[in-house]
Design a protein around this ligand. Structure first.
Ligand code: FMN
Length: 312
């Protein structure tokens, strides 16, 4: 192993990513665009553009707009089953994006070209096995996501997945799923993570470009407000219980899993007939704040907890 590689491996996550706080804004298809991404990065976290569903031109535009909004690092999330994935990889390299997170498949076909361009790669993983596989592939870290999360999910909870992943790999692990305040950050660190990724909490950020009905539905939700919709292909999607998810239980349709169903909620504010993707942590989120306030409050709370933990 070369000296520089070793140093990178040992560096805390914040140093590795060039960010101030170990807090990532999870990619959210159709939602995680420049207004939110730029605000999170500007506040010292890591904003992540969701490339899923974007054409090459749209992705380039999102990257350039974010670069205008902030000079700080941000990332692009690649959904690997997208038909234009090869083009998206080319574009993010051309546009000098230096951090990538990946979901829905293996980044193996793109690993070499990303590494050559010195892009750091952080796959999202739902299991220990996949985390180990990603480490072997040369990933710079993994995001271990529990099934409390909003959106597409695996089968294990963050509480059980995280300590098993951090035990199994040497690369940095970021915890995702069910985190909404400083207690969650402190817990993630206690279980061996070096950082956290939040999706649902950033849906409540004032900069998040979603319909106000969507944001308010998250604010009003309690801990039992979400449900998981499953399809025959083994896919599972968590969102708020509503008329659409009730109807799905009676008669499954492909529509619920489509981007169109999410757009109905996110763009048109159709809280009953749209797919309101959100995680179980929604019950903890009771107010609309700026991305900066969310990040700084979480960090301060976590620091206070670790100081006052009483563990000697
Ligand atoms: C509305 C929504 C859309 C999402 N879309 C994506 C996506 O496109 N790609 C991805 O890797 N993760 C996606 N996720 C997962 C988030 O990036 C993040 O890992 C997850 O929300 C963390 O759990 P939490 O919701 O409990 O904070 C999505 C989550 C939500 C709530």
């Amino acid at each position: 192993m070369k000296k520089t590689e070793k140093r990178d491996l040992m560096a805390p996550l914040t140093e590795l990513l060039g960010i101030q706080y170990p807090i990532l804004q999870g990619a959210m298809a159709h939602i995680a665009r420049c207004p939110l991404v730029g605000a999170v990065s500007e506040a010292g976290g890591l904003g992540i553009i969701a490339a899923g569903g974007l054409s090459g031109t749209e992705l380039r535009e999102q990257i350039r707009k974010t670069q205008q909004q902030t000079k700080k690092p941000f990332a692009v999330n690649l959904m690997l089953q997208m038909p234009n994935i090869a083009e998206q990889v080319e574009i993010l390299i051309e546009e000098d994006v230096k951090i990538v997170t990946t979901g829905a498949g293996t980044p193996k076909p793109y690993m070499e070209v990303l590494k050559q361009a010195r892009v750091k790669v952080f796959p999202v993983v739902p299991s220990v096995k996949l985390a180990q596989k990603m480490e072997q592939l040369g990933a710079d870290g993994v995001i271990a996501e529990g099934m409390e999360a909003g959106g597409h999910i695996g089968e294990t909870t963050t509480m059980t997945l995280l300590p098993q992943v951090t035990q199994a790999v040497k690369i940095p692990v970021i915890a995702a799923g069910g985190i909404g305040d400083g207690r969650g950050l402190a817990a993630a660190f206690a279980l061996g993570a070096q950082g956290i990724q939040l999706g649902t909490a950033f849906l409540t950020a004032m900069e998040c470009p979603i319909h106000e009905n969507y944001r308010q539905a998250i604010i009003q939700a309690d801990v039992t407000a979400t449900t998981v919709i499953r399809n025959q292909a083994g896919g599972a999607l968590r969102g708020l219980k509503n008329a659409l998810t009730e109807a799905y239980l009676e008669e499954p349709t492909k529509d619920v899993f489509s981007l169109a169903a999410l757009k109905r909620a996110a763009d048109d504010g159709e809280i009953q007939q749209g797919m309101v993707m959100a995680g179980q942590v929604a019950g903890l989120l009771t107010e609309v704040r700026s991305a900066q306030e969310i990040i700084e409050t979480i960090y301060k709370e976590a620091v206070a907890i670790s100081r006052n933990s009483g563990i000697k």
